[in-house]
Ligand binder design. Structure first.
Ligand code: C2O
Ligand code: CU
Ligand code: CU
Length: 514
């Protein structure tokens, strides 16, 4: 390492927020540096302050109204320690109600921030909890019923990093914003005037809200200068409705070390990493060859998501290795993953995800009208056979899509939890998406579960660890869940499709735990 580089590097370690200063020389001037969310830890009184606020953000050539936590877009990365109590003071300065949900955290229903945890405009709420789960990359976002999709699209999302002793011992890359880098991927659409162009309508209720612009930590195709060695990327698919397929432009392998709920038993080498909405994966990438490469998302076969420019690979992040050496390693083994218990005598619950056939038909029609045949390309969608366009237009008159997505035949009803689970007991949940051709990333609050099967197949190796979201795509998926905290009727846990417009139009259920 050259002395000059070393000095710059040391200075950067002391002032993480000033990071781009030292790396700027290595970066092309025309590309934005990757914005790195501030690390936020609890103060001496174990308090963390979050202000939900509106502001302005610049995306290349235009400026938009956006929402964020403690800033105008996205939020800080909140670092919590396993076993250490934290008090989060949340102040809502928005002109509308919101909630703050801790996605992936095993916390009681009372502080989970689901649709019942409403914070009025101008009001504050303090939640207190003690994380007791393995080290993981989780996130927080609004859960205001019927408005979640819009509030997330406006920019509300932040990371939660849980730390524990096991993960610290591993010598994984852990220099925040240097070789331990958050990568929040979201697509957006803007109006001609440069504002975020969100609609909840019959088309988005059917296929979801999607955009034509990909943002990484809120920036378009940014670049990151990383020390040479192992680079840790904490990936979050923060899109409302778009599934991703992450890969390196030169096909170099990604070593998956963690899924939603924490570290895997051992690293899993992949060259493509499909990611559902809401999912997190941590990957290590080898940059010892010193060559620059792009992180990409490859085209996916999901209804509506092949619309230009997503019919081609889209760049997520340019990685530019530096001359200085990184210090983290890729271990051969990571953590102990408990054996699955015997499944025979467990409580078994069945859930059928469904979409009103009228919504399916009208949504497909609207998609085709707006985007042409391309929107349907690669799709073998059955709904066009269900009826003629004439019937559709006639029958569709006055159709209300707001309750047209359902679980076991019912749209979400805040007042009526569907069942009561027993605290501390394993259960086997069978979730079926047979009957439509839609992708439903099914997410459960209050737990990290294990996937037993996904659409009829054994889970891929990197999906066999701790998860809070499972793929339900025209088939049947089974998970092994357990809840370790209470969730009373007034603060029930939620389970729902994480395609946010499906969630907002009914594909969600509450349940209690005692
Ligand atoms: Cu990320 Cu109930 O949500
Ligand atoms: Cu959640
Ligand atoms: Cu869905």
């Amino acid at each position: 390492m050259q002395r000059r580089d070393f000095l710059k590097y040391s200075a950067a370690l002391g002032a993480v927020s000033a990071l781009p200063l030292w790396s700027r020389t290595a970066l092309a001037a025309e590309r934005p540096a990757l914005p790195v969310p501030d690390l936020l830890t609890a103060d001496a009184r174990s308090r963390i302050k979050l202000v939900v606020q509106a502001g302005k953000s610049t995306f290349g050539s235009f400026t938009s109204t956006t929402w964020g936590y403690n800033g105008s877009l996205l939020g800080p990365a909140i670092r919590l320690r396993r076993g250490k109590e934290v008090n989060v003071d949340i102040h809502n300065t928005l002109p509308e109600e919101t909630t703050v949900h801790w996605h992936g955290l095993e916390v009681p229903g009372a502080v989970d921030g689901g649709p019942q945890g409403v914070i009025a405009p101008g009001a504050s709420r303090t939640v207190t909890f003690t994380p007791d789960q393995p080290a993981a990359t989780c996130w927080f976002h609004p859960h205001q019923h019927g408005k979640t999709g819009r509030q997330v699209a406006m920019g509300l999302a932040g990371l939660v990093l849980i730390d524990d002793d096991d993960s610290r011992k591993l010598r994984l890359p852990q220099q925040w914003g240097i070789d331990d880098v958050p990568v929040i991927v979201q697509d957006k659409r803007f109006t001609a005037g440069g504002e975020i162009d969100y609609q909840l309508d019959v088309m988005t209720a059917a296929v979801g809200w999607f955009g034509d612009t990909l943002l990484t930590n809120g920036a378009r195709y940014p670049q990151h200068a990383a020390p040479r060695g192992w680079l840790r990327l904490r990936l979050l698919n923060g899109c409302n409705a778009r599934s991703l397929n992450v890969a390196a432009s030169d096909k170099r392998p990604l070593y998956v070390i963690a899924s939603d709920g924490g570290l895997l038993a051992e690293p899993v080498k992949v060259t493509e990493l499909p990611m559902l909405m809401g999912e997190r994966f941590e990957v290590l990438v080898d940059t010892r060859d010193g060559k620059a490469f792009d992180l990409l998302t490859l085209p996916v076969s999901q209804m509506g998501m092949a619309v230009t420019p997503f019919d081609q690979p889209q760049p997520v992040l340019r990685v530019q290795p530096l001359r200085i050496a990184a210090s983290g390693t890729l271990p051969d083994t990571l953590v102990n993953m408990p054996e699955l218990p015997a499944l025979d005598n467990l409580t078994r619950r069945q859930f059928q995800l469904s979409m009103d056939p009228m919504l399916d038909m009208m949504g497909m029609q609207a998609l085709q009208e707006k985007y042409g045949a391309q929107a349907m390309s690669g799709m073998d969608h059955g709904s066009m056979h269900h009826g003629s366009m004439g019937q559709m237009q006639h029958g569709g008159h006055g159709f209300d899509f707001h309750n047209a997505n359902r679980i076991n035949g019912k749209a979400f009803d805040m007042a009526t939890p569907l069942f009561a689970a027993q605290k501390g007991r394993d259960e086997r949940w069978v979730i079926s998406g047979e009957g439509d051709m839609m992708l439903h990333p099914f997410h459960i609050h209050g737990t990290q579960f294990r996937i037993l099967s996904e659409n009829g197949h054994a889970p891929a190796a990197h999906r066999a660890g701790w998860k809070d979201t499972v793929n339900v795509d025209g088939g049947v998926s089974e998970v092994l869940v357990r809840f370790n905290h209470d969730a009373p009727q007034a603060q029930a846990y939620m389970a729902h499709c994480h395609l946010l417009e499906h969630e907002d139009t009914g594909m969600m259920m509450g349940f209690t735990v005692a």
